[in-house]
Design a binder for this molecule. Sequence first.
Ligand code: SAM
Ligand code: SF4
Length: 327
Amino acid sequence: MKPQIIDTFGRPHTYLRISLTDRCNLRCFYCMPEEGIELTEKEHIMTLEEILEISKTFVELGVDTIRLTGGEPLVRKNFEYLVRELTKLGVTLKLTTNGILLDKYYDLFEEAGLKKINVSLDSLDKAKNAFITKRDYYDRIMKNIQDGIDRGFEIKLNVVLIKGVNEKEIGDFIALTKDQHVTVKFIEFMPFAGNKWDWSKGVSEEEILNKAKEQFGDVEVLENPKHSTSNNFRINGYQGTFGIISTITNPFCSECNRIRLTADGKMKNCLFANSETDLLKPHREGQSIKPIILNTIKQKKFSRDGMDVKMDAEQYEKNRSMISIGG
Ligand code: SAM
Ligand code: SF4
């Protein structure tokens, strides 16, 4: 389908990220506010049929890639049914997960052709992992990651770097790419409601690269694929690669092609957008949501929902927490 979801900067939007739930089996401190979140009542969450119908509408408007995320997408009931039905839409399906339940679904993913899986892993140290996630699933996650790599899935490890927590592990993560076809994505710590963000806790792209050069010498700069959200690198002779998602110090918005749909059916033009457009209510009322989608994208701002210069606490504290947006 020809892309029709085009913003006022001429950017076609072909990549939809759908949050399947705001529930999660981990409690990563940078994502889930300490006091928890008020979970959305079930009746306000899109049913699987509604997810499929709304996805179909997006596909008719030119979306060709759908990423399933959350909360933790693999805790959603009847996830298997959803994946089977979504593959019938002819889109490239991708997944972002914390990895705990992956072993239950690898056969399904092979069958469905879902190859690209991002797994969050912020530390290679078991105790530190438990500190970050407030749960102890480290062994299971590590086994699932290794099994996924061995089975030929394209596994990317998402690592949110936070000073005083895991920034000393930059080299250890890059070392994983030596003998394994795995990608490590370092993510700059981003602000959302309730996550006590403060950039003095963040680790910048520059610091990450300096660390990599210090430890490994020459770092090969790779050509970024179109719409890439990261700058990508390889250590000479290594099988895998690493990338840096520098949303804070070097945002990559100019070629943005992403739209988000929250678990309660709200369209968000940007991760940092406070404004949301309800698609679920009009869909339930039998209205066509196509004009609503096309109108919403016209309100998209060029970069970080207008936080072009600095991250504005006034704005991000009014946003949702990351767990309820869908990362
Ligand atoms: N539960 C799944 C997982 O952890 O991969 C999917 C949802 S999670 C919200 C998606 C991604 O957002 C994860 O890679 C997580 O590390 C990232 N994330 C959450 N909060 C963040 C923050 N404050 N800054 C940067 N990345 C964040
Ligand atoms: Fe859950 Fe993922 Fe957020 Fe961690 S980052 S609390 S696994 S949604």
